[in-house]
Design a binder for this molecule. Structure first.
Ligand code: GUN
Length: 290
């Protein structure tokens, strides 16, 4: 979708339509199976956003013919109870993919819990095994959902990262770090910025592709180079109650060549990636059992 903004055209990176396209293709593949792939989700605690995300994941899975089972635990759940459930799911041949929704309640050891997931059921690429594969440039079973969604979106618009300067703002294990590794794998020159970065503005100004994953409004028109490609992974709620990204869309879209909106950009792509990953793990497990 092209729009005239300022004195030029900008292309909106439309995550909703790409999600719909990818998921309708995936549905055809799932319809052709004589069984349903299964995604198991563990949700511990009372985080309101997590409850909404998990509900969306379940609804999307079910529309596609993926079975989804959600195991909910209260805030005070013991680590052992979750590890026992993960072990049970690891050993259950009907379950193809396991997702532990983050954040976990504070008293739980996140690494220990995530590493309880069998790597071939690790739908988020969060285990040390799969993350290590990713970091060393090898193939994890599947790639992390949000960065995968970003690359699928860029691919759809023919945006090649080879040789480009990609600036990633944010260094979280969930998005910033794997995003940087995956852009490197695509032969981009990558800079990762974070809360201790000095002169963030001048670094962002050199980006061919800017990927922001911070969770607060940060990126304004004067910060980005003309014709920069801008991907907004941020999500937060403004004082007006509306969902917003890290990028001031109104102003930045006047100077960028491509820009992803919030909502409707990377968010739908994350959920599409989760569904694709569930199916990919199903295929790996089926091939192995032949
Ligand atoms: N919490 C926020 N995003 C994610 C995600 O992609 N996966 C999981 N497991 N938890 C999350």
């Amino acid at each position: 979708m092209n729009k005239i903004r300022g004195d030029k055209l900008v292309t909106i990176l439309d995550g909703k339509s790409l999600r719909d396209k990818l998921l309708s293709d995936l549905k055809l593949k799932i319809d052709a199976l004589n069984e349903k792939p299964e995604l198991a989700v563990i949700l511990a605690g009372e985080d309101a956003a997590s409850k909404i995300y998990v509900n969306n994941k379940k609804k999307t899975a079910e529309k596609l013919g993926i079975k989804s089972s959600v195991y909910t635990y209260d805030e005070n759940v013991s680590e052992q109870a979750i590890l026992d459930k993960i072990s049970e799911l690891n050993n259950d041949n009907r379950v193809n993919a396991i997702l532990v929704q983050l954040p976990l309640p504070k008293h739980l050891d996140k690494s220990k819990i995530l590493d309880g997931i069998s790597p071939d059921k690790d739908v988020d690429c969060f285990t040390t095994y799969n993350y290590g594969k990713l970091a060393t440039g090898l193939e994890p079973y599947v790639y992390p959902c949000t960065p995968k969604g970003v690359l699928l979106l860029l691919d759809e618009y023919g945006i090649d990262l080879d040789g480009k300067h990609v600036v990633v703002v944010g260094r979280s294990n969930l998005v910033g770090k794997p995003m940087a590794l995956m852009a490197l794998k695509r032969n981009a020159t990558v800079t990762v910025c974070h809360s201790h970065t000095k002169d963030l503005k001048s670094i962002i100004k050199t980006a061919d592709v800017l990927i922001s994953a911070v969770g607060e409004v940060l990126i304004e028109e004067d910060m980005v180079r003309r014709n920069c490609i801008v991907v907004d992974v941020g999500i937060s709620r403004g004082s007006d109650g509306k969902i917003r990204g890290d990028v001031n869309f109104e102003s930045v879209s006047k100077v960028s060549s491509y820009i992803s909106p919030v909502p409707g950009g990377v968010g739908p792509m994350t959920i599409a990636s989760l569904m694709l990953n569930t199916y990919e793990l199903y295929v790996v497990q089926k091939k192995r059992s032949l």
